[in-house]
Design a protein around this ligand. Structure first.
Ligand code: ATP
Length: 298
């Protein structure tokens, strides 16, 4: 698969604050790539660098394996801040202004973009009559002018209610199905887990991990086990072969194994042989949220 973007040892400081430290990763074509990190971890700085808004101190990046080629810029649509749409103008008139400013696409592409964000039927409605979700969809529509192959979004669901968030999630999935590569910075781990194929986790300017979501999450197997007497259960499981760690929860015990090593049947048999009858045994996937807090907590 082709690489759409590669970063090589990118660093950036603002005076004494080092916002990015030797960051390298690759974004494959067709990925929905989530950039995750606590506030101030460098996500916006990174998006600004790859969009040529800021210059890296050292390091380099390449779009489509072509260093610094202006022709490739037309293939990239972005939404870093909500555009200043005119409240008293319609959706279509607002996009005409955006198009005149950024020179992407034509009238046909405005209708195409409005169709992609499901606002074609409301194209003549005033911006002021739109819900927050619709306003954000129009902003994404502006990024879609000229039908770019790659889309960059900074916190695309910021400030939206759950319905608006779900709308944007569906839209991102649809754009991905149309073959677009999407790079998005987000705080919403649950959202990232629902839509992203790949993820990079940042902390204070350092890239902690990057790769396909399932690889980032699948470094261990977790089996949640419960029995009448949790203390006896934990004691029995303590010496179970191959276990990497064990955690006592309120109503169960979580047993951790290296990826691919957990055998629920063997656990059941082992506990029974040690006088503990299991009343619940559930293989669990680690959530991105758990992984994120593990990686970014001090
Ligand atoms: P958030 O999620 O809060 O938007 P972020 O992950 O996008 O954060 P950045 O905005 O890239 O992080 O900021 C990274 C670091 O650089 C922070 O410590 C921030 O205070 C600092 N920083 C960002 N922009 C500037 C600037 N123009 N001048 C000085 N420091 C800055």
């Amino acid at each position: 698969m082709q690489t759409v973007l590669s970063l090589n040892n990118v660093s950036k400081s603002y005076g004494s604050i080092q916002a990015l430290k030797n960051v390298s990763f690759e974004v494959p074509e067709g990925a929905v790539f989530g950039l995750l990190g606590p506030n101030g971890s460098g996500k916006t700085t990174m998006l600004s660098i790859i969009l040529d808004i800021l210059k890296a101190d050292i390091g380099s990046f390449e779009w489509f394996n072509q260093p610094g080629s202006p022709a490739t810029r037309k293939k990239i649509g972005s939404l870093l801040e909500t555009p200043n749409f005119y409240h008293y103008l319609s959706a279509v008139d607002n996009l005409k202004i955006t198009q005149a400013i950024n020179g992407r696409g034509n009238n046909e592409s405005i209708d195409q973009a409005l169709g992609q964000v499901k606002l074609l039927e409301r194209k003549k409605s005033k911006f002021s009559s739109f819900s927050l979700g619709m306003k954000q969809r129009l902003a994404i529509g502006a990024a879609l002018l000229g039908n770019p192959d790659v889309l960059l979004f900074d916190e695309p669901t910021n400030g939206l209610d759950p319905v608006g968030i779900a709308e944007i999630r569906e839209l991102i999935k649809e754009l991905s199905q149309q073959g677009k590569t999407i790079i998005m910075a987000s705080h919403l781990l649950d959202e990232v887990e629902k839509v992203c194929t790949h993820v990079a986790i940042m902390k204070r300017g350092v890239l902690i991990t990057a790769g396909p979501v399932e690889e980032v999450l699948a470094q261990e197997d977790i089996i949640e086990v419960a029995a009448q007497d949790l203390t006896a259960l934990q004691l029995a499981l303590k010496d179970f072969p191959g276990i990497s760690s064990i955690k006592h929860n309120e109503h169960s015990v979580s047993v951790f194994f290296p990826a691919g090593a957990a055998q629920p049947e063997a656990i059941n048999q082992y506990c029974f042989n040690h006088g503990v009858v299991i009343n619940q045994l559930i293989p669990r996937k680690k959530s991105l949220e758990t992984k994120f807090f593990e990686l970014t907590n001090d």
